[in-house]
Structure formats: C-alpha cells, structure tokens
Design a protein around this ligand. Structure first.
Ligand code: NAP
Length: 545
C-alpha cells in the first residue's frame, strides 16, 4: 500500500464497494486523533453515528454534564500549538465547552472532509479470501478496507432496563447519554430521575433547580465529591502551558495518565491526624479521584479504603440535614470500586423541599405506567422520566455493529461468556481490526484522551510496520487472549475492584456475562507491555504475508 489520494466521504452505494486503506469508526476524541495521525499516509474514511464530532461529548449533553478530570489535562497533547492556543474557561469543563473543543480540532486539522456523519456502522464483515473488511452503514455506505480502527467508545451503547409498560408512559423520557440538542424545560414538571452514577449525580442538582419536584430513584448510592469547579485561574493556566511538554511526559508514565505533583504513600505511613488532614485537603481539591489517590494503597488495602470511605460518609452526614436521607445516601462498598462521581451540589440538593430520595434497592421499580412508575409498594406520578441508567459498557458499542470475523464467527458468539482480547486491542479471528480503549485495556481507569492518543500512536506504528514489511494480515490467537485475560485478572485480584457489582464487571446490565473488563495494572505498565510486544517481534500476534 502506498500513499494515494485520500478517500473523502465515500458515496452511498448500492453497487460495488468503494475502497479505502483504513476505516475508522467513531469521530470521538480517539477517532479524530486516529484520523489526524493516519490520513497523510493512507486512504482513510471515518464513519460517525452522530451528526457532529466529539463522541461522548457530543452525545452526553444532559444538564450538568461536566468532565471529572481537569481540562488542562483532559485534552490533546499531540500538537503544542493547539494546547497553547486553546483556552479552557473552567477547571472542569462542561459539555458545551468540550464539544466546542472537538469542533475546533476538527476544523483546525481539516478533518471533516474524511468523516461521514450520521452514518452508523451496522455491519462489519471480514473476507478471508481477500483479507479485506467490508464496512456497511445504516445509510447504505459500503467500503472495503484493509484495516479497521474501532474508536467506538467504552460507554456508548445505552442501557435502559426492560421495565414493563415502558412504551405506555404518556410523558417525556430521556436517557442522559442521548439528550436532545434542544433545551428540555422541566419548569413546573414532576421529574423522576432513575440512576445515581456519574450522570445522575451531575444532572440531579440542575434538574432540581427548576422542576416542580424531583424524585431521585436510587438503587446504589454513589461516592461523590464536590468538584470545586471554578473559572480557570490565569496563573494556573500559565503554569500548565509553560510546562506542558514535561507534564504530558509524566502523564504518559503514570498509572492513570494524569499529572500529579506529589507522590502518595500508604495510609499507615501517617498518623490519624495527618490522614485526616490529607483527606480534608483532597475533599476540597480538584478531582473526583483525589480522595482515592490520597493514599497509595487505597484500592489494594481494605483498611486504607475503609478510612477514606468513612471520611466520605461523614461528609455526607454533615451536609444532608435529614439523618435518614443521609444514611440512605451513604454507600457501604469500598470507595473507588464503582466509579466515584464529581458533582456540583449533589448532597446539598437533598436539603431542598422539592427533592425526594426513593430507595429502589429495598423497594425496586417494577414497571412504568402511563402516568409515572411503580415500585413494589408505591406509585409515583411523573411528567418526565430521566434514565440515568448507564451503558452496556465496554462491549456494547462493538457487539451491536454485527461484526463477523474469520469463518463467519459473530463477535457476539465469540464474547458470549464475556469479552476476551489481546492487549485490549485485538480479538482472535478478527484480523486487522484494532480497538481503541477496548475491553482489557486501561480505558476508563486512565485519562481517556491521553490514553487514546497513546493507543492510536501504537496502533498506527503497528500498521506502518505491516506496510513497510509487506504483511497482509495481523491476528492474535486464543492462547494470547488467555494469557492477557490472566494478566487482567491478576491485576484486578490485587485490588478491591471485584468486591463490588459495577459496570466494570458487566453487573449493571441484566443477563450480561460477568467478566472484569478493565486492565487495572496501570496505564504506564500497559504502555510498556504494548511497546515490548512490538519490539519483541509481535509476541502473541501472528503476522502473515
Ligand atoms: P452508571 O454509572 O452505570 O450508573 C447507572 C445508574 O443507574 C446506577 O446508579 C444504577 O444502579 C442505576 N440503575 C441501572 N439499572 C437500574 C435498575 N434496574 N433500577 C434502578 N437503578 C438502576 O452510568 P452513568 O452514570 O451514565 O455513568 C457511566 C460512566 O460514564 C461513569 O462511571 C463514568 O465513567 C462516565 N461518566 C463520566 C462523567 C464525567 O466525566 N463527569 C459523567 C458521566 C458519566 P446500580 O449502581 O445499582 O447498578
């Protein structure tokens, strides 16, 4: 394959397929970077389901949507001019700002010409005779290509539990991740919000401001921290911009792809007074994860974790005036084993007269009615239901594309007992298909933009080498997948993650097989392993000519 004219926006074709070297699926932050990295050397096409760029930050436009990692870090590092010129207005940017940034990047690097919007991929088939993928979209595109880069997002396929009566509801329903672009006015409305993960915790205080009444239906309480969000201080911004190169380098060598200017120690290294001071400072600080990273053993040592969890519970009891509501809001699982949340006034909101917390752990939702919803023992009249019920995480965005590999194997069958991959990137029997942030990669446990950039660079390096050396096909095998699964499981076993039901293990979706889907060994270690695999002549991968 040599450099040839780029395929720009392939035609919708009933007839013979158009050809490309690489199809990228998804124009979120990883997909856009893949496009930028690859389009000069290959004929590249990107298919995006939405009508704009930004992925997660295009779809998740619910009120209150805000990133939980500082924007100076949660941004691209591949181009210094870009990171110098872009001005984040706040410490933690809200969705509109992140979407504006995605649009700016698309324009600045002239990426739109390669992106086909409103084009959801609905079939992906590998042809063994030609070693080419056939990519189809709902709008009728058909492109054949040598490589597919699936930048489809870890949290894209929505999860709405299959409650009876769902269709009968006469009011309006919204899922947080498919929020309409038009403003949803909840003024004077009775709103039911189901789900108290990151999305629900962020949406609730905003909805409560104007709703007549907000019912928060909680099955499992979240650990949430105040974001301390504020306008970005010019000095702080300057300090980052002056030191970006060094700080990005530190991020790439850290377990979570974030920059920290201090090193945590185990909790037991400190006196109780010191522990408390550290936790107080973390509570007032800059990240949902700050409490967790206060001590180096917070996710590996139950005693250290208990210390932090009890500190967080005490904060809830101090903020929420009604003791029975406060107790309901207090989680009892190890902190961090479900994703902690970053909020703007979540616990304070429960002191409002127009907010009611409903415990659906002891009194589960049993159905939706024309006028609201029913739990085992009560009915609630509602005008609007907001589903903040999360995602078919990690696997849903891949399996719903109807992917078939070698010998016609369907990816859903391949993963029927849970997803297995090699390096979170390759699936045996699905050659030349690369996943960014796939199951078995650090994905959501590392800062996603930098993590995606690193992974895309690595994948692009593998493709470059394939082409230089004249290979047609790269695939992994079941033994390599087994070895990687063992590595993923060993890393998880060294932590407390498995002690809690969460979407990390697929527990949030009824009937989904349980498997630990995130590599917890650290982003830095993951990068070292991938680099070593490539240097060692592609251990665990079969390249054929
Ligand atoms: P989530 O964390 O999976 O939360 C879903 C919520 O819905 C949970 O509280 C869950 O309860 C509840 N739920 C699901 N099925 C239910 C049922 N049948 N009955 C009652 N409750 C039910 O989803 P999310 O809040 O959308 O967040 C997903 C992830 O997206 C986050 O963990 C984070 O990684 C990312 N995110 C990040 C940000 C940010 O950066 N600020 C914002 C939003 C999302 P259970 O816990 O009992 O299952």
């Amino acid at each position: 394959m040599t450099t040839v004219a780029t395929v720009r926006k392939p035609a919708i074709s009933e007839g013979p397929a158009e050809t490309a070297d690489i199809v990228i699926i998804g124009a979120g932050f990883s997909g856009m970077y893949a496009l930028h990295r690859l389009h000069n050397d290959y004929r590249v096409v990107c298919f995006e389901a939405g009508d704009g760029v930004g992925g997660t930050w295009y779809w998740n436009r619910y009120p209150g949507a805000r990133v939980d990692v500082e924007s100076m870090q949660y941004s691209y590092g591949f181009d210094d001019d870009l990171q110098q010129e872009w001005k984040w207005p706040e410490l933690f940017s809200a969705q509109p700002e992140l979407e504006a940034y995605a649009n700016h990047v698309a324009d600045r690097f002239d990426l739109r010409q390669y992106i086909q919007f409103s084009a959801r991929v609905n079939r992906l088939r590998f042809d063994e005779d030609t070693n080419r993928w056939h990519v189809h979209t709902e709008r009728g595109h058909h492109v054949t290509c040598k490589y597919v880069v699936a930048a489809t997002g870890s949290l894209d396929a929505t999860n709405i539990p299959n409650w009876p009566g769902l269709e009968s509801f006469k009011g309006q329903t919204y899922h947080t991740s498919k929020w309409p672009k038009e403003r949803v006015d909840v003024t004077g409305k009775r709103v039911g919000l189901i789900g108290t993960g990151s999305s629900g915790v962020q949406a609730a205080p905003v909805l409560a401001e104007t709703a007549d009444h907000l019912y928060v239906f909680q099955r499992t309480p979240a650990y949430s921290m105040p974001s301390g969000n504020r306008p970005l201080e010019p000095d702080y911004e300057r300090e980052w911009k002056d030191n970006y190169a060094a700080r990005r380098a530190v991020m790439y060598q850290s377990p979570s792809a974030v920059f920290l200017d201090w090193k945590a120690r185990p909790a037991a290294d400190y006196t109780p007074e010191e522990q408390n001071r550290i936790l107080e400072e973390a509570w007032k600080s800059r990240s949902a994860f700050q409490l967790l990273i206060s001590f180096s053993d917070s996710l590996t040592n139950r005693k250290s974790n208990d210390l932090i969890a009890e500190f967080a519970r005490q904060k809830i009891r101090q903020i929420v005036k009604d003791p029975s509501v406060a107790e309901l809001l207090c989680p009892n699982y190890p902190i961090g084993t479900k994703r902690p949340c970053l909020d703007c006034g979540y616990y304070e909101m429960f002191n409002r007269d127009n907010v009611t917390l409903v415990d659906v752990r002891t009194d589960p939702i049993v159905g939706i009615t024309p006028t609201g919803l029913r739990t085992t023992s009560a009915s609630y009249d509602l005008d609007i239901i907001v589903f903040a019920t999360g995602f078919d995480a990690m696997t849903g965005s891949m399996t719903r594309m109807n992917v078939t590999g070698v010998a016609g194997i369907d990816l859903r069958d391949r993963w029927h007992a849970g997803p297995t991959t090699y390096l979170g990137t390759f699936i045996a029997g699905f050659p030349n298909l690369f996943m960014v942030h796939g199951p078995g990669s650090p994905s959501v446990l590392a800062q996603m933009i930098s993590g995606g950039e690193w992974q895309v660079n690595w994948i692009a390096g593998v493709i470059d080498e394939m082409e230089r050396e004249g290979f047609e096909r790269i695939d992994t095998n079941l033994e390599s997948e087994e070895r990687w699964s063992a590595e993923v499981n060993t890393a998880a076993d060294a932590t407390l993650y498995r002690s809690t039901d969460s979407w990390y293990v697929g527990a949030n979706v009824a009937g989904k097989p349980r498997a630990f889907m995130v590599y917890t060994g650290g982003f830095d270690k993951f990068c070292r392993i991938c680099t070593e695999v490539q240097r060692s002549g592609y251990r665990g991968l079969d390249r054929t000519k």
